[in-house]
Design a protein around this ligand. Structure first.
Ligand SMILES: C[S@@+](CC[C@H](N)C(=O)[O-])C[C@H]1O[C@@H](n2cnc3c(N)ncnc32)[C@H](O)[C@@H]1O
Length: 282
């Protein structure tokens, strides 16, 4: 997978290229990064890439010509390697919100050309001529597209097969299909007791089914509290089982154990006046 990044600050990309998981994967040749500086595609002695906005107002606007020339150079370099024309994405607050599904799609592709805006933004005619997608990191304004591009690259690269040491760990992350698109459960490590707080007992039990159920219930509870729309989405996709639904109903205080009990209730003996046992979580 190859990323071509068009940026006035190529040095910022050392962060993903040289460090951590993505740095190791880059050194292994699992992905590549090529930065193109629009200043290298200017025609004047000052290497001008921006100018004042028509209609007035504050700030400067990135000019179309250096950006278009940089995109053409990137597409040309990719073609020379036998790669097809890449999508061209502008990082922009007005773009579509980047999410895990977007990262998965990108990870399965040949890569992308990312344009990092600066100043007030880029000339609209460049967007109309060259840009195929606009990607936002969220509802806030950054000083430039570089930090957004770094996030886009990092989230995609860690999904490329072989990048993470433990092949399963990406599958256990929040939003992943194997976690039914839910939020991840809390994690604990040594010591067993920290400042008087103990690790939850199920995690110390060594009982795999109980550990899995505890993690699933923590995921369900956290997601229901913070991102209820993800619960709805998992339900619509048929990813919640009976035990999940029962747990969610208990959380919401609507679980009617009596309604579920008759199937499991044993005939009471004359000597036993015990209430029926609550159904188990299977
Ligand atoms: C100061 S911002 C320009 C903001 C623009 N005037 C607006 O209000 O939408 C400069 C550049 O940062 C990048 N940027 C800022 N916020 C972003 C976000 N939330 N997601 C992606 N890119 C962003 C874009 O490339 C943008 O061109």
């Amino acid at each position: 997978m190859r990323f071509d990044v068009i940026t006035l600050f190529p040095e910022m990309f050392g962060v993903v290229r040289d460090l951590g998981v993505t740095g190791r994967a880059h050194a292994q040749g699992r992905w590549s990064l090529h930065a193109w500086n629009p200043r290298d595609f200017t025609q004047d002695v000052h290497r001008t890439v921006d100018d004042r906005p028509y209609g007035g107002g504050p700030g400067m606007v990135m000019m179309a010509a250096p950006l278009e020339a940089a995109v053409n150079a990137a597409q040309g370099a990719r073609a020379a390697l036998g790669l097809g024309r890449a999508p061209v994405a502008l990082l922009a607050p007005v773009g579509q919100r980047y999410d895990q599904a977007g990262a998965e799609k990108l990870a399965a592709s040949d890569g992308i050309i990312l344009i990092c805006g600066r100043y007030e933004g880029v000339d609209q005619r460049f967007i109309e001529r060259c840009v195929t997608h606009e990607i936002s990191l969220g509802d806030f304004v950054l000083s430039g597209g570089e930090i957004a591009a770094l996030a886009v690259i990092d989230a995609a690269v860690r999904l490329v097969p072989g990048v993470l040491n433990d092949g399963d760990s990406a599958l256990q992350d929040s939003f992943n299909d194997t976690l039914s698109g839910l939020l991840d459960s809390p994690h604990y490590t040594r010591p067993e007791v920290y400042e008087g707080e103990s690790v939850p007992a199920p995690l110390l039990s060594g009982h795999h089914a109980n550990i899995a159920r505890w993690r699933r219930e923590r995921s369900l509870a956290l997601t229901a509290a913070r991102r209820p729309e993800l619960i709805e989405s998992a339900r619509a996709k048929g990813w919640l089982n009976k035990a999940d639904e029962r747990y969610l109903a208990e959380l919401a205080g609507t679980y009617d154990s009596a309604a579920d009990a008759p199937k499991r209730r044993r005939k009471p003996s004359a000597t036993s006046a015990q209430p029926p046992k609550a159904p188990d979580a299977s």
